[in-house]
Design a protein around this ligand. Structure first.
Ligand code: URA
Length: 226
């Protein structure tokens, strides 16, 4: 086959770049992310795109969700059909930008429960400081998907996962829109057992803990607070 006509495999399947890092490089995801990065994207455009992207990322991150078989009646006969138990899943949003991902994820898994972790970055140390933590009951039986658009220094994700592990959940995954080598290294060093899903791995962090080229402050862009 003419090499220029060969399908670009990297664009057809999420790329598992290591045991615990999955780059979701589907063309729809990449296209929407590029539109979001533009500094002239309005708050409403940014939010709409984030919502759409979250649905697409939910599709990948739930790919290995456990299923059960139940008996159902089609108009023609009885059959054994597979269903997921969405109630076992908890989306944990790292406030406040994580909330931008929740709506899209919940539209795909409406039965999921939701937890919130409030952390702010100390501007001088960039360390995460917890101010809020509220989870559903029975976390030992639940699979957790932690959501935060940006995995930058990794401090918030690490602190949130430290706290969540104390509840002994069945599993934890982390989903972000954008990350950088520093964020991946920090999270993988602290929690090598937690798979990371991201739509992009950018070049680097700047001195203020922002990802370059990035998309700016995700919370400000979602909520129009700039
Ligand atoms: N948080 C953001 O909102 N943006 C970054 O680039 C890094 C952390």
């Amino acid at each position: 086959m003419n090499p220029s006509l060969a399908p670009d495999v990297s664009a057809t399947a999420p790329q598992k770049t290591s045991a615990s890092l999955t780059l979701i490089d589907h063309p729809l995801v990449q296209h929407k992310l590029s539109l979001m990065r533009r500094k002239d994207a309005s708050t409403s455009t940014f939010r709409t795109l984030l919502n759409e992207l979250s649905m697409l990322m939910a599709y990948e991150v739930t790919r290995d969700m456990p299923m059960q078989t139940i008996e159902i009646e089609t108009p023609l006969e009885t059959m054994q059909a597979k269903v997921i138990d969405g109630k076992k899943l908890v989306f944990v949003s790292i406030l406040r930008a994580g909330n931008g991902i929740l709506e899209g994820m919940l539209s795909v898994v409406p039965g999921a429960r939701v937890g919130h972790v409030g952390l702010y970055r100390d501007p001088s140390t960039l360390e995460a400081v917890e101010y809020y933590f509220k989870m559903p009951q029975g976390m030992q039986e639940r699979d957790i998907i932690v959501v935060d658009p940006m995995l930058a220094t990794g401090n918030s994700a690490i602190a949130a996962i430290d706290r969540l592990k104390k509840l002994n959940p069945k599993s934890i995954k982390f989903v972000c829109l954008l990350t950088c080598p520093e964020g991946i290294a920090a999270l993988q060093a602290a929690h090598p057992d937690v798979p990371i899903f991201t739509a992009a791995i950018d070049r680097q962090l700047n001195d203020h803990g922002y990802i370059l080229p990035g998309l700016g402050d995700a919370g400000d862009r979602i909520f129009g607070t700039q």
